[in-house]
Design a protein around this ligand. Sequence first.
Ligand SMILES: Cc1ncc(COP(=O)(O)O)c(C=O)c1O
Length: 390
Amino acid sequence: MSKPFVYMDYNATTPLRPEVRNRMVEALDVYANASSLHESGRRARAEIEEARASVAALIGARDASGLYFTSGGSESNNTVFMTMYQLGRKNPSRRKIITSAIEHPCVMNAAAYLAEEGFPVVYLPVDSFARIDLDALKKELGPDTLLVSIMAANNEIGTIEDIRTIAAMAKKAGAFVHSDATQAVGKVPVSVQEWGIDYLTLSCHKIYGPKGVGALFVRPGAPIQPLIRGGHQENGVRAGTYNNLGIIGFGKAAELALSDLPEFGPRLAALRKRLMDGLVSRIPHVKINGHPEEVLPNTLNLSFPGAEGESILLSLDLEGIQVSTGSACASGSLEPSHVLLATGLGPELAHGSIRFSLGRNSSEEEVDYVIEKLPPIIQRLRRMSTVNPR
Ligand SMILES: Cc1ncc(COP(=O)(O)O)c(C=O)c1O
């Protein structure tokens, strides 16, 4: 009998949806340079603009005019931070950057670069559910604040932030507002207009589209500087010959993500609950990480005191179950998750945490398989451990 294959790592990346794949196979023949003025170029360009409109609709933008294609979430986030670097250099009286202690490394490291360059950078604390401390934000905001950058939903534990309130507070202080919505898009409603933000980051490979393509929304009128300089593509905001294949795939993935959202979220939430209830009732001393309600419907992060995360991951892998400890970008590092530490978890619990992230192909059968396989694994690892699970 072949080994079961249960993929529960959709926050790391998602498989291509068949419809996206089919669209991309067609798009393989859209070879013309979308900046060329001849007929083939114009046709390629029309397909890119169609994709742009679909992505803009997914994030609730008024129109597609502020949407720029990039190579992914990391590039979009860095573009915003490097724009702030340029602005802050010109006007040192307003160059404070406020972000949070639980951001993705591509925001953390971009902010760290600005700190190295002498910019004041504040990493806001979060509560035990990973929600931003709004009192701390209020205290930090002032006429010197240039940017507030807070993620819409956390990749490791799924907590959803109140971006609308954060944006309203930041706007009062005259700051720009950015949100890394890479994990929120396609799982919960996202609206740049309703949130009132200036910049939003998203990435295609988290919504069942290809890797290596993403987008940055810039509110029309908000400043933006290219990270990659060159030709005049994307109104000079992002140089480089258009990635026809990736962008057309992104458009299809966005169109489907938007139409599926009303049904997709509740279906995932029901599966998540089944997984959580099943594991918590069968395994003693489980700690549920993340917010009980304001959480992505697909993300369940659990700590198993007395069992080490990587050992759990590898034992599950032997059973054909693919999960993650913390974020994929941090795996391989022996450092405990900065997100879990920020919620107040001790290093031992933070080391013993597993992220289950569900997605389109997840089913009750898969969830039940995990509920069957995990309890004996934890029991065995705890028996071998010297640490008391309490
Ligand atoms: C919250 C968040 N931001 C940014 C990224 C980076 O996106 P990309 O892989 O497209 O560079 C990720 C990917 O893991 C993410 O989860």
